[in-house]
Each structure stands twice: as structure tokens, then as C-alpha cells.
Design a protein around this ligand. Structure first.
Ligand SMILES: [Zn+2]
Length: 480
């Protein structure tokens, strides 16, 4: 079926098609990892595989480059598997069917996995080509990036001697990424005591908010549904008598919640519903320019006896919701428009004996990240609420003296006549894990143009892939 090889004599596309024929969804890394090991053997290259199935292949410097600093090339082996309802693919057994559609490569009814299969293909093509001039190459193929950077986190970086790394997991060659955020999850538990109380249950909802990614969209003024519910309940508590039975909003720590529902108990359901609608209407007016879709809803439910939060627990929950820090904490002074530090209350839910509040914390600076975690912990300690932290991943800080950044801008200009934009992102990349382990780290993240990743519309530009391959080769040639 090899129908892509003709696209490029150096066979990036041939390797890509081969990779597509091997099942390599996240969590299914054995086969693709073995393929990389076999490749190394066939080409007489040193290689190692670890327990997480990460593969490192080393290629010595070409003639005249023996004294050059080694360069790490890096991409991830796993892909996100999505299919259209009509597709009969079994991702564990079948390959991806690739097709050429004009300027682009797509998959038939599934994700293509150019994220990050095209990086793997470029690295293999470079390793296989003995006509290229380059420093010692350390090609790093990591596993299970898409489900929490599992491979990179498990890797023993001591095997690497390079400090310069080209990560090939980006999707627009006009942009060179130079920094990413680190992060962690902090979950606070507000202790709850319940009492049997009588009245009529009322369900109040806020919904239709825009939401978005808690890192890359935290600065866009999106209203957090959980905090909005906290604001409304706090306001209503001054004018109406009610208790809380439950509150639920958001299901992912790293997404800005779009809706939240509170189930309350009251002796005056009509009065409470009316007060809610009045105040939610005032809020709608206030946020109309940024949340056009905002809607709310009050529904009177059954009357009876319910286990509701006692007054102390209710008061504590309200204070947590209206006082805990949230959103953008600091903008970068080094990179324009970059959020440096932020947090998001993604999940709010009540259980029998506690309310659970889950925050995603991020910063592009390691020390600012630690400070944010201390601050939030201190707040909840003051509130006598226990906290748990986990899911730490390190940031990749901006390196103002980066050799690779300058070199990429130069080679991109030579190739395209255009100036690449320098970008930092307020989200995690594997580069952060490497940055944490390698002293004097110099890194860029780049990649050929591809669109709609993680969806069945994913497509990869053929022209841009050829350009990116050449740019990487020219960079290697220059790093003497
Ligand atoms: Zn990726």
C-alpha cells in the first residue's frame, strides 16, 4: 500500500505511512516501540528501550562534526484514537488508512496521528540518511504523551548527553514555541455536617457559558460556572432563607466549567426562585458582552425531609467559593500576552461528608508555581479544610540566550522568506519534563502545519512537512 513514498525522495512520507500501519494508540506502545528498535538494528545504530517503552536511538556525528554538541530530536509515539461512527476500525489491530487529498494527507474515518507520527517519521528519515551533515544525534521517542506524558516522566534522562533539544510536537512552522507551563492539581475538602431538614427542594442552574481550556483560555474573560454559583448563593443568603442539599459543576480540572447546579431546600420556593432569577438576570446584564449564551433556570421540585448542610458547613462552602483565588494571577513580563501564572476551579461537587473543590494550577515559572500552591493551601488551612496536591509536571522556562531559537528563525526565513513568531504557551508540553532534568537546557518546539488534531478531520500539509524536514536538516548542518 506504500503510496506516499513518491512524495519525498528522502522518504519522510514513506516512514509516516509505515507508522500509520502499526497500531499505536495511547496505552498500546509495544508494537511501535519494537518497530523503532528494529529500525535501529537494521541501520546499525545504538538504541535502548526502557520499561515505559520509550526508545532512544543515537547516531554518531557525521564527518567533521565530531566535536559539535549533541542534538536531541524528540517526538511522542502515541496518538489519540478517534473514529467516525461509520468506521469499522479496531485500533488495537488495524492500521490507519491514509489518503492524499490535494495538498494534505488525511485518514479515512479516523484521526491521522500526524500528532505526533510525523515527528517520528522525520526522525527516522534523518537517522536513515547517511548523506546528511550533523552533530551527534540523540533521537528520543517517548510514549503515552497524550494521557499525561507518562513516558517522558518515567524516562531516565541520564542516558542523554545533549542539552539542545528540538521537540517536533507543534503544528505551525510559522510559530516557534520557547516555553510551556508547569502545573499541578490541588483538591480541597470542605468538611460537611448534615441535618435532616424539611421544606421544598429547588434546583437552580447556571449554564450556557463558553468554558474552554483552563490554561490557554484562562485570560479570555470566560465566566467560571462554579464561582458564579458561589456568587449567586452568597447573594441570595442575605435575602432568603434556604439550605444546600447539593452543588455540582464541571467534570474536568483543566476545563473552565460551563454549568453548575445547586439543589436547595426552602420553605418559600417561589420567593427563592424569583430572587434567583432576578439576581441571575442582573449578572447576565453584567457579563453579556463576554458570555452571550449565558442562561439560568429555576425548578421547584418535591417537598419533604432532606439531609441538608448545617449552617457552619454552608457558611464555609460559600466563603471558599467567593474568596479562593481563581483565574489569571500574573502576566509574563518577558513574553507579550503570555499568562505566566493561573488557576482554575474546574470541579465542584458535594458528597455526604464533604464538598470537593478541584483546582488546576499552572505557571511558566517553577518558583511562582510553588508560591501559588502555598497560597491556596494557606487559604484552605485558614478555613480548616484539608488539601491534597498531585499531578505535578514541571514548566519549561524561557531561555533568553537560546541558540536554537535564533537558528530556527534564521533557517525558517531562508526557506520561506517570512519571520517566525516566538510563542510561549500556558499549557504543558513534554519539554517541561526534559527542562527539569537537563541543566543548561536549550529547546524549541516546532512542527509542520497540521490541523484539527485529535479529531477525524486531522490533516497534515505535504508542502509544509517537506519544508520543515529541510529546515531541521539545515539546522543540524549549521550546528557544528
Ligand atoms: Zn502531540
Amino acid at each position: 500500500m506504500n503510496n506516499l513514498s513518491h512524495l519525498d525522495p528522502r522518504d519522510v512520507f514513506g516512514y509516516f505511512e509505515k507508522i500509520c500501519s502499526i497500531p499505536h494508540g495511547s496505552g498500546d506502545m509495544e508494537k511501535i516501540s519494537s518497530f523503532c528498535m528494529d529500525f535501529a538494528k537494521k541501520h546499525g545504530l545504538w538504541a535502548t528501550r526502557d520499561e515505559a517503552n520509550n526508545v532512544i536511538i543515537k547516531k554518531p556525528a557525521s564527518k567533521g562534526y565530531e566535536n559539535a554538541e549533541p542534538v536531541i530530536l524528540q517526538g511522542h509515539l502515541d496518538m489519540v484514537c478517534q473514529k467516525e461512527p461509520a468506521s469499522s476500525i479496531r485500533f488495537e489491530e488495524d492500521g490507519i488508512e491514509v489518503l492524499v487529498d490535494g495538498e494534505f494527507i488525511r485518514a479515512k474515518g479516523t484521526t491521522l496521528g500526524a500528532d505526533d507520527g510525523i515527528a517520528v517519521a522525520m526522525m527516522l528519515a534523518i537517522l536513515a540518511d547517511n548523506s546528511l551533515s550533523h552533530p551527534p544525534i540523540e533521537a528520543v521517542f517517548t510514549t503515552d504523551e497524550e494521557i499525561g506524558m507518562i513516558g517522558a516522566k518515567a524516562m531516565d534522562m541520564a542516558v542523554l548527553s545533549g542539552k539542545r533539544m528540538i521537540n517536533l510536537d507543534s503544528g505551525n512552522p510559522a510559530i516557534v514555541t520557547v516555553s510551556c507551563a508547569g502545573g499541578s492539581d490541588l483538591t480541597a475538602f470542605v468538611p460537611i455536617k448534615r441535618e435532616q431538614r424539611k421544606g421544598t427542594a429547588v434546583s437552580l442552574s447556571v449554564k450556557g457559558l463558553k468554558g474552554g481550556h483552563s490554561g490557554t483560555e484562562i485570560h479570555k474573560g470566560r465566566v467560571n460556572a462554579n464561582l458564579l454559583m458561589g456568587r449567586i448563593l452568597h447573594h441570595l443568603s442575605k435575602t432568603n432563607a434556604f439550605s444546600v442539599i447539593s452543588v455540582f459543576g464541571g467534570d474536568k480540572g483543566n476545563a473552565i466549567p460551563v454549568s453548575c447546579t445547586a439543589k436547595l431546600l426552602t420553605s418559600d420556593p417561589d420567593g427563592l426562585s424569583l430572587a434567583f432569577e432576578n439576581y441571575a438576570g442582573i449578572v447576565r446584564e453584567e457579563i453579556r458582552a463576554r458570555e452571550e449564551g449565558f442562561a439560568f433556570d429555576a425548578e421547584i421540585l418535591e417537598a419533604g425531609a432532606f439531609a441538608a448542610l448545617d449552617d457552619a458547613a454552608f457558611g464555609k462552602l460559600l466563603h471558599a467559593l467567593i474568596l479562593a483565588p481563581n483565574g489569571v494571577m500574573e502576566m509574563s513580563a518577558e513574553i507579550e500576552n503570555l499568562v505566566e501564572t493561573s488557576l482554575n476551579l474546574g470541579i465542584l461537587k458535594t458528597e455526604d461528608d464533604k464538598a470537593v473543590l478541584s483546582f488546576a494550577l499552572r505557571s511558566n515559572k517553577k518558583t511562582a508555581m510553588a508560591y501559588l500552591e502555598e497560597r491556596l493551601s494557606a487559604f484552605f488551612t485558614l478555613m480548616e479544610c484539608p488539601v491534597e496536591t498531585g499531578g505535578h509536571y514541571p514548566p519549561w522556562e524561557y531561555n533568553k540566550d537560546s541558540v536554537l531559537r535564533q537558528l530556527y528563525i534564521e533557517k525558517y526565513k531562508e526557506k520561506t522568506g517570512k519571520t517566525a513568531e516566538v510563542q510561549a504557551i500556558h499549557a504543558g508540553l513534554e519539554c517541561g519534563v526534559f527542562a527539569d532534568a537537563i541543566k543548561g537546557f536549550d529547546c524549541i518546539s516546532i512542527g509542520p502545519l497540521h490541523f484539527d488534531i485529535h479529531t477525524t478531520r486531522e490533516c497534515l500539509s505535504i508542502k509544509s512537512t517537506k519544508e520543515m524536514y529541510e529546515i531541521v536538516c539545515r539546522m543540524l548542518e549549521t550546528l557544528k
